[in-house]
Design a protein. Sequence first.
Length: 650
Amino acid sequence: MIEFLRFPIKLTFALVAALMIGFHLNLETPRWAVMTAGIVAGGTAFAAGGDPYSGALRYRGILRIIGTFIGCIAALVIMIATVRAPVVMLLLCCIWAGLCVWLSSLIKVENSYALGLAGYTALIIVVTANANSGLTLVPQYAVERCSEIILGILCAILADMIFSPRSIKKVIDAEVESLLVAHYRLLQLCVAHEDKEEVDKAWGALVRRTTALSSMRSQLMMESSRWQNTSRRLQMLNTLSLTLITQAAETFLIQNSRPDYIPTQYRVLTGKEAATAEVVHKRMKTLRRLIAAGSKTAPETLESWVEAATEYQLLINGIKSNGRITDLEERILQREVVIQARSAETHHAMINGIRTFVATALGSLFWLYTGWTSGSGCMVMLGVITALAMRMPNPLMMAKDFVYGMTVAVPLGALYFMYILPNTQQSATLLCIAIGLLGFISGMLIQRRQIGTLGAMVGTINVLVLDNPMQFNFTVFIDSALGQWIGSFVALMVILLIRDKSKARTGRKLLNRFMYAAVSAMTTNQARRRENHLPALYQQLFLLLNLFPGDIDKYRIALTLIIGHQRLRAADVPVNADLSAYHRQLRHTADRVISVRSDEKRRYYFERLLKELDVYQHKLAHYDAPDSVTEPVKRLAEMLTKYQNTLVQI
């Protein structure tokens, strides 16, 4: 019960503190401080589905401060350059907002918040100044906006620190052990080689859990810098977890063509149940002794799995203690260079930027042409919704949330505006109770992810006259309420009309990147062989899982290509100038498959790649390459031939 009430109390404290301090400091519009506190605290909880872990709210607040400063500077630059041309000024603000949304769609989700905010902050400042016929006061509006936002953020952070935030460390400690047990269960399924669908479900679940653990590592670093050693271990643990998935899946695939690949003694040993990490540890000891005794008969994939699992167990102890990194751990951590994944959603990001620009530009032109009194409120809401919604996995759902919320904000705001707030003018205590009650009820619903709740809270605070001094002009209330509802509705219509058809394009690009990773693993360059692409490849596989839920064939293609990449990366390729030159040619052709735009050219380069792989196999035979090299290359060529149409045109 205490856990359930903690966030509503935290949100209530943040709202009331921002309001009272804003009035005490004689800020022009304390409403912005209250809204900021609500958005920072409420948005973080809505995304987390409950009271966020320690550090998340502070990190989001810092990003909001950075985004606000960038937006204020952009507003000043645009205003100084185009003060004599209001139409050009507003259109430049719309272009700026679209550009920020486009860039924010290409970077990490947790960091994109600053860019999205920078986009609509500039728009809000210029629109507010234009609505009040005070373009010369833009610097003043920018300073006031920064002051109010920083106050709201500080109040949200203070509330988070007072009401004992939760640490994610205990969750991580439990998850790393549970994940090891799940890995052993996947190995059992792959060695038994029975139910393919159950294997698919098991490795798919492990990919999701490993990705979630990586997100927890980011969350832990937001909490405190004292977890630096644990963070380094968790980063390597992510690679080891993905390696365990890859080796287990390869064990399953090899048995499709070689049923006797796993000797009987290994089948018997891995067939025994292991429900806890302690039991898995005992099974691992037995496996290591068995492999050491019969190293010539030990399956290569099983041996690699045991080696990775042993390192995994070693890092678990350090993660729990957060102690000094030992020399053995340091060698493991520095063994490989992790390569970050490039965004595959470039077309999706471009659509997001276009949506934001079109929505805000149409609103600006309509406002300037008609002189509509609700235009400024509509423009503000257009900028906020398009900037925030476009960064979400489902922008349409976010836009609907705001439409529902703004609809609820009209009667709720009217109740506060006409009856509650006028009766609190003689008592600061009653005003705090009124705003606190709104925050407490909203907090109860927000942490349950009740649709429309976050939008309703923000919309209600926005239409209230929490200014200094308060003036209850009903016409102003109607203009504000109507403007923000129409703005949210127009944003929804723009998202519906400018459809995002980039799903197939992104899926094809992802599959071809898996293909390129497998081809580029054929190299004799030692620096290139040390590059660890596994986290990036599985990150893209996770995106593929989200884009095409239930399409198991695409997952199998991607996983097989990842397995090929890992096997070829470890293969002992003969070192000579002829093969090195041919490796560069293969990489160039594979890169052209990804980069060309037309399906006809893509098919041409893909067929050329298949021919080059045939030539490469002959070269390997000529130079007496071992089976550990020729077999993976042969499997890769056969697979690319089999799934040629899927990789060329998804």
